[in-house]
Write a protein that binds this ligand. Structure first.
Ligand code: URA
Length: 193
């Protein structure tokens, strides 16, 4: 099985009631061998309309941050979510939705085999690392997911709600650029790091 096969299966998924309210299944986006995998929570309204991850306001901010790091969706990052379908009204994913959808993400992680993982916000952190984790406590600290350096950061929507979080979050992304130079490309260029 390769990533294309899995993503085709995900597109046809009818394992939970979100299949009734969705317009699109958002499988993810990026190169199959991306060195970095970014994991968000769930698609929002804009993503559900367009069928692509992180294209709304949060996504625009994420793209700006990635650009400042010298990263882009074509070469460096694969962006996916814990849930592949939008929860109505953008509510928080239900535990049973996460349980049903998580195996898709696990397959994507196995196939992409990223060197570095970025967890955007509490849902991604709790789902991958543990329910007891708190984003406010561990953001900016390297954690370990299946032997890979894993960096939890505030979700871009949190930065939009509270711009004071932008400065500490930039420090977290700088650590990711340093780690990328250490593990993937020592000559990686970033205008700001
Ligand atoms: N927020 C997320 O967590 N994921 C998206 O794809 C869009 C917004």
């Amino acid at each position: 099985m390769n990533l294309k096969d899995i993503n085709k299966e995900i597109l046809e998924c009818r394992k939970c009631p979100l299949e009734k309210t969705r317009n699109h299944v958002i499988v993810g986006e990026g190169p199959e061998d991306a060195p970095i995998m970014i994991i968000g929570e769930a698609p929002g309204r804009d993503e559900d309309f367009q069928g692509r991850p992180f294209v709304g306001k949060s996504g625009q901010l994420l793209d700006k941050i990635l650009d400042a790091c010298g990263f882009n969706r074509k070469e460096h990052v694969y962006i996916s979510n814990i849930l592949k379908c939008r929860p109505p009204g953008n509510r928080t994913p239900k535990p049973e939705e996460i349980t049903v959808c998580k195996p898709w993400l696990m397959k994507q992680l196995e196939l992409i085999d990223p060197k570095i993982i970025i967890l955007l916000g509490a849902t991604a952190l709790k789902t991958l690392v543990g329910e007891e984790q708190r984003i406010t406590r561990v953001r900016g600290e390297w954690l370990n997911w299946s032997g890979r350096p894993t960096m939890p950061v505030f979700h871009p929507s949190a930065l939009l709600r509270n711009p004071e979080l932008k400065r500490p979050t930039w420090e977290d992304y700088k650590k990711i650029v340093f780690k990328y130079r250490e593990l993937v490309d020592s000559s990686h260029y970033s205008a700001h790091v």
